[in-house]
Design a protein around this ligand. Structure first.
Ligand SMILES: [Zn+2]
Length: 257
């Protein structure tokens, strides 16, 4: 694939030179720059929301639902770095950047939230999943960061496990999406988890995964309580790296058909 792309690029460049040199009588061909994600509908789900910690929204946050395994809450505040950089802001920035990268590749991208604000709460995790179901997303990626022991670092992926009557439809596609994300992200240079075996955690108790009817995974990009992950997560260039790694995972997934 890489060779093929290089070939296309090389011929596009030589064509450009001919046109620029005035030797070509015809018009330059339409820009048919490869749009490998054309026709793909992706729902990006930046975890949490800044207002989830706002006491004003305690009542909304106290909503509960049975998720097929246990009764769990609407949403949580998320974690933060030791310096206080919130997970909600990290996931929001990475999602915005990733949206742009995906759209550059031709994908249609929707988001589960349209702001990152202390004055906004939620949406509840079950409503985020229902959005994916409603729009018929080809993939839903929930973007999170862990708040684990300081020595733990690197990314891992949560995929849905079997919950009778709930997840039979998404277990296989979810596993395929998870393995593609792990492979694509690792190849692109994303630091692997040093505390989750094979970077894969099968979960039967993640509400968003259980409510989903489309291929969906949660990506824990790193550990906000680890100094080196926190440094990367807090910087704009690091946030761009995370977005690029997620893009690589999705590209790998869709390139497999
Ligand atoms: Zn989270």
């Amino acid at each position: 694939m890489r060779v093929l792309l290089a070939g296309i690029l090389a011929s596009a460049l030589s064509l450009g030179m001919v046109v620029a040199g005035g030797a070509s009588a015809g018009a330059a061909p339409d820009s048919d720059r490869a749009a490998p994600l054309e026709g793909r509908l992706i729902l990006l789900d930046p975890g949490h929301q800044l207002g989830n910690s706002n006491p004003r929204f305690a009542r909304q946050m106290a909503q509960k639902r049975f998720n097929g395994t246990t009764v769990k809450g609407c949403n949580t505040t998320g974690t933060a770095t030791n310096a206080g950089f919130p997970e909600a802001t990290f996931t929001w920035r990475v999602a915005l950047r990733l949206k742009q990268l995906l759209e550059d590749e031709g994908a249609t991208v929707e988001m589960t939230r349209s702001s990152n604000s202390r004055d906004v709460w939620g949406p509840c995790v079950w409503d985020r999943a229902k959005q994916a179901n409603r729009i018929g997303a080809d993939a839903m990626i929930s973007i999170h960061a862990d708040g684990s022991s300081p020595g733990n670092r690197g990314f891992f992926v949560l995929a849905p496990g079997v919950v009778k009557g709930w997840t039979e439809d998404v277990v296989k596609p979810g596993r395929r999406l998870a393995s593609s994300m792990i492979e694509g992200m690792t190849r692109a240079g994303a630091p692997a988890s040093n505390y989750i075996a094979d970077q894969l955690m099968i979960s039967t108790n993640t509400t968003g995964l259980n409510f989903s009817n489309v291929p969906t995974v949660t990506v824990e990009l790193g550990n906000m309580r680890n100094a080196s992950d926190a440094r990367r997560m807090s910087s704009r260039s690091g946030q761009r790296d995370y977005a690029a790694w997620l893009l690589a995972g999705l590209q790998h997934y869709f390139s497999r058909g």
